[in-house]
Ligand binder design. Sequence first.
Ligand SMILES: [Fe+2]
Length: 304
Amino acid sequence: MNSVFFDPRLTDDARRESLYAGQLFVLSPTHASLALVELAKELIAEAFGGRDPERAQFEMVVEEYAALLAVLKPKFIHDPRAKECIQGILRETGCDLEKTYFDVPLMRTATTENYLTSGIAYAFHPHRDTWYSAPMCQINWWMPIYELEPSNAMAFHPRYWSQPVRNSSREYNYAEWNRTSRQAAGKHIKTDTRKQPKPEEPMELDPQLRLLPAPGGMIVFSGAQMHSTVPNGSERTRFSIDFRTVNYNDVAKGRGAPNVDSKCTGTTMRDYLRVTDLAHIPEEICLRYEAGPPAPTPSAAVAI
Ligand SMILES: [Fe+2]
């Protein structure tokens, strides 16, 4: 990665091509992204009552806080208005709606001072989503709900776009994870024993890049991009929303970012819903992705 595009005038095809080459995009808030942020704030306010959500962690015992998130987060995910907002965002940002599939938006929290960093508020170590059975053509969309600062943002580690990292993704299978670990997120409060794909060698995380869009502004990046949760030193809990998309033409033709080091099996392909009618990707195509990404070819990811 060597470029960050801000609100570029590009077609959807050209944007995906750039994303697969490792570039990053920052998009200004749109009508629908602001509506999604408003929906999130409404549900957050309802959950936290009179408390300031960004500071509530200082007034609550951690078990109570985790229990609150365990109700709030699924409520946001499954609110039908959230899907409508995603459909709106993809329309407003020029995606081909017949070809674009998305998964439900997730709400994430990053508490400060290591208050809660496991289970329902897992603090993500450096990773690529493609270590977690995402296809190489997955595109991630990420937006803050409240004002960001450098100390509560997310970080990109650009040198690893083309540089492989020894990692444990070979032990990860999405279907297996869903069977055994996902439901248990709310139970992991002090530590997280669920087996996640992780780096198996020391990494150089600096220099790193932290992009700070306004609430409702979006960072768009390839699922192959190395990224992490910044240890939150802002004294405020960070709330964010993310969702993922794939384009059917790329899925069908096996196009996407180069694979430098992902060795997981299984696929998240069955999670995506077509923008126009919420149809799933045909099963015969999903099956092609069960074996995991094509074998890593580190030299393929030359930055352009
Ligand atoms: Fe991620």
